[in-house]
Write a protein that binds this ligand. Sequence first.
Ligand SMILES: NC(=O)c1ccc[n+]([C@@H]2O[C@H](COP(=O)([O-])OP(=O)(O)OC[C@H]3O[C@@H](n4cnc5c(N)ncnc54)[C@H](OP(=O)(O)O)[C@@H]3O)[C@@H](O)[C@H]2O)c1
Length: 266
Amino acid sequence: MALSERFDPRTHRAAPGELAGRVIAITGAGDGIGRAVALACAAHGAQVVLIGRTVKKLESVHAAILAGGGPEAVIAPLDLEKAVAHDYDQLADAVSERYGRLDGLLHNAGVLGTLSPIEHYDVPTWCKVMHVNVTAAFALTQVLIPALRASADASVVFTSSSVGRVGRAYWGAYAVSKFAVEGLTQVLAQELENVSHVRVNAINPGRTRTLMRRQAYPAEEIETVPLPESITGAYLALLGPASRGVTGGSFEAQPAGGASSAASSS
Ligand SMILES: NC(=O)c1ccc[n+]([C@@H]2O[C@H](COP(=O)([O-])OP(=O)(O)OC[C@H]3O[C@@H](n4cnc5c(N)ncnc54)[C@H](OP(=O)(O)O)[C@@H]3O)[C@@H](O)[C@H]2O)c1
């Protein structure tokens, strides 16, 4: 059985300092799951590059990391809907100049778009969702590959969803974008396997208490939904040394059944 089939990031308990010395970039680091993972990475010793579009939110995460005694993070404002080639190049240059390498890259930023039948799906919304969730992640990965290759042990993690594995009516561009993310993960993993120290995997966070979840399920009792802080362990496992040698896989952040059942998770 391949290593990626045996590996389960949910069972990993990160040791203190497990990510010490690692440089990890996270998109959508200002809120929701991205914020929680950024704080957890820093708490385990990583230097975090906080990528996002709302600088105020990134500043708040930066301050929380400092207050928690973590290594100083850096803020990299980037609007994935509007960014052009120059913005991506600037970010990649800044990472290379400051650190000389990148050890982890979590593509977490995402947008839901609208829940509507394909027959009536708004075309500009479709384009925006596909752009932010897929094309921007591809473009960012592409410019950062040299920095990832410069690491002795690098990990790229894309964020998937239950609806990116089995289609679901009315989830439109969001579902299709997550299928594309799964495909991008597989293609890139194969391309980098055996010719680099860069592994590439996908993670499905499962239902998690964030703004996106509220947007998708406005009538839900949000208190019943797990907090982002409760799922960070699986992210640390995939971003850090625990997953060395694991590539091309697609993993769950929460236990099967309750937390990420197909009936209610996004
Ligand atoms: N929550 C769930 O139940 C669930 C389930 C399955 C998968 N996911 C996936 O998990 C990931 C994180 O979602 P979440 O639940 O934490 O949602 P969230 O709280 O809405 O956070 C989304 C993050 O993405 C950022 N973002 C959105 N558009 C952006 C843009 N154009 N440029 C840069 N950053 C942008 C947001 O920045 P701002 O704060 O500045 O808007 C925010 O930081 C997403 O990929 C989502 O699809 C979530």
